[in-house]
Design a protein around this ligand. Sequence first.
Ligand SMILES: CC(C)(COP(=O)(O)OP(=O)(O)OC[C@H]1O[C@@H](n2cnc3c(N)ncnc32)[C@H](O)[C@@H]1OP(=O)(O)O)[C@@H](O)C(=O)NCCC(=O)NCCS
Length: 182
Amino acid sequence: MPSLVPPDPPLTDGVLVLGMVGDDDVDAVTEACQDPSIPRWTTVPQPYTRADAEAFVSEMAIDWREGNAAAFAFRRPGEDRLDGLISVSLVGQGIGVMGYWTAPWARGQGLATRALVLVGDWAFRDLGLARLDLATLPGNAGSERVAHKAGYRGGRLVEAAVNQRGVRRAAHIWTLHAPSHP
Ligand SMILES: CC(C)(COP(=O)(O)OP(=O)(O)OC[C@H]1O[C@@H](n2cnc3c(N)ncnc32)[C@H](O)[C@@H]1OP(=O)(O)O)[C@@H](O)C(=O)NCCC(=O)NCCS
């Protein structure tokens, strides 16, 4: 697939700015992923080491280059430390799959919702995607709320929808259609 081109200027809504994930983010990613709720509700390794963060940063650069996925670090303008990560994986047929977490030090301020809206708008507008999906494991009320606030609907429970560290798990699937594909 063709390379993905990072948005220029960077995506921002004035509260958050989204940039590429880089080597400078390794420490913050490692620190954030010590919070048990991130491995609990996502597919990141557990335990999470600095080597995992380094591998993640390298893989995300390859994904941009090979057109597989676009991952962003989100942070407050002017701040060095990231407040979270969000990615959209291109799975074919105009469909993207979103994944995200907010670092424990930045939760409860609407940041995940803002990031999800910003990346969703970009994916529809610049990547021409028709549909975005996201999967929440049963019980993840926080992420369900984020998805709902960003306009995602559905929530059907699909068996074996997520591969979490080698275990196939049921998940709720939430969907947002492009404005031109109601
Ligand atoms: C879920 C998560 C992404 C929320 O991030 P956040 O930046 O704090 O979310 P927001 O501030 O945008 O919250 C949006 C809404 O969700 C609600 N919410 C957030 N976390 C919640 C929780 N744990 N339980 C219930 N509601 C929650 C907020 O109150 C807010 O609703 P409101 O505006 O009606 O008050 C974050 O807690 C996280 O990273 N969790 C671990 C990893 C994870 O679950 N990732 C998603 C995998 S699908």
